[in-house]
Ligand binder design. Structure first.
Ligand SMILES: [Zn+2]
Length: 129
């Protein structure tokens, strides 16, 4: 069994602090606009749809589908990066883990898992459902 890929610690900023605090508790939250009700990704101070600053962090289902993906086979420890479209609407750049890379396909359902990092909060990634 190959050594698991070392995941670098995420950079925590003012706009992402709430997200990472939730991640430490293994809660997956996405910024959602209190004015128009739409969720967005990445975190921003104002809603990209309507410009409101009434952003709330709402617990997400952790479910999504693969929008597109790419397998980094030449890396020392190969890994899959993907855009996953969350059930709540937004699409996020992430990794697909614990999978047979040859089994990946666009449109497959995935679920969130939290992966430990070197010395920061765990990072949400996805695995096939
Ligand atoms: Zn809005």
């Amino acid at each position: 069994m190959a050594e698991p890929r070392k995941v670098p610690s995420p950079v925590v900023t003012v706009e992402t602090q709430t997200f990472w605090n939730a991640a430490r508790e293994r809660r997956f939250v996405v910024p959602t606009c209190g004015a128009c009700g739409k969720a967005h990704w990445y975190p921003r101070a104002v809603c990209p749809f309507c410009g409101s600053d009434k952003i709330e962090w709402r617990e997400a289902s952790g479910r999504g589908t693969i929008y597109t993906y790419s397998v980094m086979r030449r890396a020392k420890e190969p890994y899959a990066i993907a855009y996953v479209t969350l059930a709540e609407g937004p699409t996020m750049l992430t990794n697909i883990v614990d999978c047979d890379f040859d089994a990946l396909a666009i449109g497959q359902p995935v679920g969130v898992v939290f992966v430990e990092t070197q010395d920061g909060p765990p990072v949400p990634m996805f695995r096939l459902q």
